[in-house]
Design a binder for this molecule. Sequence first.
Ligand code: ACO
Length: 349
Amino acid sequence: MSKTIIAGIGSYVPERVVTNEELTRLMDTSDEWIQARTGIEERRYAKRFEETTATMGAEAAKIAIERAGITAADIDFVIFATLSPDYYFPGCGVLVQRILGLKEVGALDVRNQCSGFIYGISIADQFIKTGMYKNILLIGSETHSYALDFSTRGRNVSVIFGDGAAAVVLQPSPEDGRGILSTHLHSDGHNAEILSMPNPGFHCGVHNEQWKPSVPENPYGSLFINQELLDKEDFYPYMDGQAVFKKAVVKMPEAVMEALNQNGLAVDDIDLLVPHQANLRISQMIQQTMGLGEGKVFNNIQKYGNTTAASVPLALCEAWETGKVNKGDLVCLAAFGSGFTWGSALMRW
Ligand code: ACO
């Protein structure tokens, strides 16, 4: 079976830079607090009423397609990972199919938050290895800034997230030895609500009393969204940051070790680890606990914040553009996020 390579990669971030200082005008926070706890210096926010998760994803995809040396007409499958889709349904995959004028190819949406790109890579790898598809477009894109609580109440979440997109084209490897060596996916739903955005939603509070909506007068009234939710502004992401931190610093290294062990490789063999850009302190702790040398972990959260499904490809794209990823390098991607879901992808570039 043929291995799968990343044949082209591209990214797109909105022009608008939002500094920590700008956020201090909206909520009780400070540049020092944000930098010390997260490493973030600035992030990008999409242009309201113009840019969306799908349009930014399409921009990144155009670059990835061009760099792969193909045209949009060659794409035979689309995978779109996001937690901030343009519509509740349909997903962003079909919107990209329309924007790019792709053929009537399959379009799959992945709902795995920060690890969505790793899940997408794994899915694409299976399709390529079996020979079903030859040019898969995988996109990770997010528009967090349209639905964050910019009051002090939401500061632990809103200072972290940013907007952006990145995309790759996956193809069968033209050379022996190059390509994805293995992918490893995991989940644990016991703490699904620890990092979540339950509302608006179809849950009716069955998983958690705290989010039980009031019973509408009309027995057929919407349980998805109601006035009470709007009045209480109970429709923002929720995060227990410390619980997420503790789990992320254990599960990401575990997933990297799983990949190395499966392939008979060691930590020292890694040329570059590209972890999900959740928080600079999480990346630094992983680097330390795994004993990865200077320059072996790539971070760009300082400039973009946490862009969830876009974060791994956005970092990988910059690493590649700046010459930190070269042919033959052993590159490991790892992510951890809401669900919890986590995973890794190990590849010979
Ligand atoms: N500015 C100033 N003060 C703040 C802010 C802010 N933006 N946010 C929270 N605080 C305050 C809190 O109110 C609290 O004050 P108190 O002591 O008076 O109650 C104090 O700072 C400490 O709050 P903690 O939540 O305990 O702060 P912590 O040191 O845990 O840092 C953070 C918060 C940065 C979210 C941290 O928990 C973290 O990094 N967690 C990892 C989660 C993460 O990175 N998530 C990213 C998304 S998930 C993912 O991608 C996997």
